[in-house]
Design a protein around this ligand. Structure first.
Ligand SMILES: [Zn+2]
Length: 77
């Protein structure tokens, strides 16, 4: 069975939970005055992989960098 996703804008994002790139599901979070706020969820574990504001016809590709949920960086002075 071939899977076809019509309005797929972001195909895959890195999922820190799965530790690999996963197909994402796009979920509409909010309707904004100037666009829509979409959230990308891992199709395997439903972890939130990022959000994106879609404004009108300006459909830009989302950044590939995953959100930094936990930073292991320490502040050394
Ligand atoms: Zn995942």
């Amino acid at each position: 069975m071939s899977q076809q996703f019509g309005a797929f804008t972001a195909s895959e994002l890195y999922c820190p939970h799965c530790r690999r790139s996963q197909p994402v599901r796009e979920k509409l979070l909010l309707i904004l005055p100037n666009g829509e706020l979409h959230e990308y969820l891992c199709s395997a574990c439903a972890t939130s992989l990022g959000k994106r504001t879609v404004t009108g016809a300006a459909l830009t590709t989302p950044t590939k960098s995953p959100p930094r949920a936990q930073s292991s960086r320490r502040w050394l002075r």
